[in-house]
Ligand binder design. Structure first.
Ligand SMILES: Cc1cc2nc3c(=O)[nH]c(=O)nc-3n(C[C@H](O)[C@H](O)[C@H](O)COP(=O)(O)OP(=O)(O)OC[C@H]3O[C@@H](n4cnc5c(N)ncnc54)[C@H](O)[C@@H]3O)c2cc1C
Length: 390
């Protein structure tokens, strides 16, 4: 197969990159190992778009107006009927993974992107030639430009190029999100935490259950349950180790089953509750990152630094989750620019990156990883890749 632009990964960043590149006239192939786009926003049931709006604004103000971040935000509002919500100093948009996957299908179809689902990148050579595996069959793809939107910098790994990854102790912790249905009434987080503590005291639950919290999905009786995990079941946390990931998935399911069974017995309104869906995969916040022509740092984000060549704006605080005991938020003085070079690989031509694996340090990643910002960096990478291929 031949393309002008090959996008690896159809998460928030890859979706935006593919749509932008195709709208710019590039013959675009989008590669994704799942059977749907959306990445963590669908496969891992992450259900709010953060980073779409400016911090501290009285009313929601788009941080990347005119980009696919705004377009996807608006289309999601129409799909769910839900609007932006303010929480402390920030705004976010509730989203539903079911709507997100369908919305992504429509946008990719409208833009004329060639989508390859159930397909995984297994090798890449500069030039560019990609080897893709689909259910045991190999496919070769030739492209003029590549965007790595895999979240895990898989292209850097495939090329044997240098990349960054935080040490196991400081990596942002993973979490397991599942869908629960049959819940009556409002979600009272404090009351539910109390029932969980009672369950632990009674010996029905382990202490890992304290990491569980809940958010109503916006659909009648449906709740998303999120379990913050330490990821240490098999030793040090390593999101690129399949044994560690297997333990993470199994622990997520085990704790979720026990918590929902406990709330069913004790919490008013939860008598008819049941787990309705598991995620396709546990949520990984941080893994490998690219080394690009520029490096965005946490200091840049905190200072609200602006760049002459910036291609997107980061507006979410540093959301540090280095333990499984909840976030530590650090608020920047204002929105920060993301320089062009943070989306361009150093040392090779025609390779761009977007989303949570772009070129930044651990602290900056704690801001730019949110989906609203991933849409914006995806948009920018798609535009650059189309221009470079054209
Ligand atoms: C538990 C949790 C809670 C979060 N909460 C929020 C929140 O409330 N709001 C928010 O905005 N953000 C939140 N985030 C962060 C956000 O969800 C992610 O950082 C963001 O979705 C990353 O988008 P991405 O496109 O860079 O990567 P991903 O969403 O990871 O997408 C990468 C895609 O690439 C595909 N892929 C990877 N390798 C290959 C390969 N070799 N071949 C083919 N396909 C491949 C994957 O299957 C995936 O679909 C949360 C994250 C987690 C884990």
């Amino acid at each position: 197969m031949k393309a002008d632009v090959l996008i690896i990964g159809a998460g928030s960043a890859g979706l935006a990159a593919a749509v932008r590149a195709a709208r710019a006239g590039a013959r675009t192939i989008l590669l994704e190992r799942h059977g749907f786009a959306g990445g963590m926003g669908t496969a891992s049931l992450v259900h709010t778009f953060c980073g779409l709006y400016l911090q501290d604004a009285e009313t929601p103000q788009w941080s990347n107006p005119g980009t696919l971040a705004e377009e996807i935000g608006r289309r999601m509002e129409l799909a769910t009927g839900l609007g932006a919500v303010k929480s402390g100093r920030v705004w976010f948009l509730p989203q539903h993974p079911v709507e997100f996957a369908a919305l992504a299908d429509s946008m990719l179809r409208e833009a004329g992107v060639e989508v390859l689902f159930h397909s995984e990148l297994v090798a890449l050579e500069p030039g560019w030639r990609a080897r893709v595996a689909c259910r045991g069959e190999g496919i070769d793809i030739e492209a003029r430009a590549v965007v790595d939107a895999s979240g895990d910098a898989v292209a850097a790994s495939a090329l044997g190029m240098g990349h960054m990854m935080s040490d196991s102790r400081s990596l942002q912790r993973p979490a397991y999100v599942c869908g629960v249905q049959g819940v009556a009434g409002e979600i009272d987080g404090l009351a539910l935490a109390g029932w969980i503590i009672d369950g632990i005291r009674a010996g029905d639950l382990g202490t890992a259950a304290t990491g569980m919290h809940f958010r109503a999905s916006g659909r009648a009786g449906e709740v998303f349950a999120t379990l913050d995990l330490a990821g240490m079941e098999t030793g040090d946390y390593d999101p690129t180790d399949p044994r560690c990931l297997a333990a993470l998935e199994a622990t997520g399911r085990e704790v979720a089953m026990a918590v929902v069974a406990c709330l069913k017995r004790s919490a008013p309104g939860w008598e008819g509750a049941f787990i309705s869906h598991w995620p396709a995969r546990a949520g990984v916040r941080e893994s490998r990152r690219w080394i690009g022509q520029a490096l965005l740092t946490g200091e840049d984000v905190m200072a609200g630094r602006r760049f002459d060549d910036e291609v997107a704006v980061a507006s979410w605080p540093l959301e540090l989750r280095e333990t499984h005991r909840g976030p530590r938020l650090r608020y920047p003085v204002g929105p920060a620019g993301i320089p062009r070079g943070a989306l361009i690989a150093a040392g090779v031509d025609g390779l761009f990156m977007a989303g949570r694996c772009l070129s930044c340090d651990h602290e900056a990643q704690a801001s730019i990883r949110v989906m609203g910002t991933c849409f914006a960096t995806g948009d920018a990478a798609g535009k650059m890749a189309a221009a470079s291929a054209g």
